[in-house]
Design a protein around this ligand. Structure first.
Ligand code: URA
Length: 186
């Protein structure tokens, strides 16, 4: 299985009802050889239209924080979501949708083989760390995932857009944590 083959499967996927409402599946963007991977929640309206993760307002903030704290752009990392199709009205992903879509994300991670994964918000963090704990408690630390890969949880950028300064500062601190974890893993 190659990443291109997986992307073809995802773009034709009809495993859950979200497929009926999508303009297109949103697979991922960036450098598949990068050591750093970001995982968000699900495509929103802009992502569904453009076929790329994090192209709306929260994506602009994410790009800015990645550039300022890590000195890279989308070409220096890989960005994907837990769900590949947009939930109607941007509602939360449902547990059944997450379970159905999960093998795609897991295969994507296996193929990209990042060394550090930054999970953005509750859904990605809970899925990868297999916990029901909230992001406020979980962020601020580095966790083992598997095969030497580590997870650095942080807030979803839309939470930073809602809540402002303190959350942005904590996201910055988490990105510095990710940078340090990458340097250790190099
Ligand atoms: N929010 C996400 O979690 N992912 C996107 O791609 C866009 C907004």
């Amino acid at each position: 299985m190659t990443l291109a083959e997986l992307e073809r499967q995802v773009s034709a996927c009809v495993r859950c009802p979200l497929s009926a409402g999508r303009t297109q599946a949103v697979f991922g963007v960036g450098n598949p050889d990068a050591g750093l991977m970001f995982i968000g929640e699900a495509p929103g309206r802009d992502e569904d239209r453009q076929g790329e993760p994090f192209v709306g307002r929260s994506g602009k903030l994410l790009d800015k924080l990645i550039a300022e704290e890590l000195g890279i752009d989308r070409g220096g990392c890989y960005i994907a979501n837990v769900l590949k199709c947009r939930p109607p009205g941007n509602r939360d992903p449902q547990p059944a949708e997450i379970e159905t879509c999960r093998p795609y994300l897991e295969t994507q991670i296996d193929l990209i083989q990042p060394r550090v994964i930054v999970t953005l918000g509750n859904f990605a963090t809970r899925l990868l760390l297999d916990t029901s704990e909230g992001i406020r408690k979980l962020r601020g630390q580095v966790y083992p995932y598997r095969d030497g890969v580590v997870v650095v949880p942080t807030y979803h950028p839309s939470a930073a857009l809602r809540s402002g300064g303190e959350v942005v500062a904590e996201m910055r601190a988490d990105l510095i944590r990710a940078k340090q974890a990458l340097a250790v893993a190099a």
